[in-house]
Design a binder for this molecule. Structure first.
Ligand code: ADP
Length: 214
């Protein structure tokens, strides 16, 4: 699982893991954005909270993850931005016990507030497939379109400086305590997420390779 503050690069690293190792990834944030775009009851019910940077209820998130695990989790999985609260981590432990599987790694991407602000203010995301990039990388293109699916590259509506304050406060109050929770189980690894995506991915790959070789 990948844990870290908003803008820590969790989503990008999760995509790279899937591409390199073929391990399926799930991200509650990405699921909720898609549900909202599709106008489903779940999307509409949670839109108000995500738009203001709050955390969606543990009950809704745990149900999403449990359903996803039953369908896709049979041959390994990566969680991007889950769990984010202690009750979510506790629910995950009981779900995994029931499914007779275990967590191999919890990767904590450490980033400074400066990195978070820089990344969030220049982040662009494809509205169709969710691919994430930055304004600096996209500006060389003639049109801001996704290199993978040609969808439009847009700002996320919660990538706004006031909403970010709420997301960071939620992170400090509810997510930060998970570091201690997973440190106790000795699966936690901290990685410096302030570096470029390739350097971070090298460190993550090494950890995954060590696990798969073991
Ligand atoms: P970021 O880490 O950049 O804030 P995410 O895409 O992971 O972005 O999450 C976007 C939003 O989706 C969060 O601000 C929150 O409202 C909701 N969300 C995502 N994951 C969770 C979770 N595990 N628990 C509660 N809410 C979540």
């Amino acid at each position: 699982m990948l844990l870290g503050a908003p803008g820590s690069g969790k989503g990008t690293q999760a995509e790279m893991i899937t591409r390199q190792f073929g391990i399926p990834v799930t991200s509650p944030g990405a699921i909720l954005r898609r549900e909202k775009d599709l106008g489903t009851p779940l999307g509409l019910e949670t839109a108000e909270i995500t738009q203001h940077g709050g955390l969606v209820s543990d009950k809704i998130i745990v149900r999403l993850i449990e359903d996803w695990l039953r369908l896709h989790g049979g041959h390994g999985f990566v969680f991007d931005g889950f769990p984010r609260t202690l009750p979510q981590a506790e629910s995950l432990s009981s779900i995994l016990t029931r499914l007779r599987t275990a967590l191999d790694l919890a990767i904590w991407l450490e980033v400074s507030e400066e990195t978070v602000r820089d990344r969030i203010s220049s982040r662009l995301q494809c509205r169709s497939c969710g691919f994430t990039t930055s304004a600096a990388s996209a500006k060389f293109a003639e049109r801001p379109v996704c290199p993978y699916c040609d969808g439009p590259l847009v700002r996320r509506n919660d990538d706004d400086i006031t909403v970010l304050q709420n997301r960071l406060a939620e992170f400090k109050n509810k997510t930060q305590p998970l570091a201690e929770f997973y440190e106790k189980t000795s699966i936690l690894h901290r990685i410096d997420g302030n570096r470029d995506r390739e350097a971070v991915f090298n460190d993550i790959s090494r950890l995954i390779e060590e696990k798969t070789a073991a």
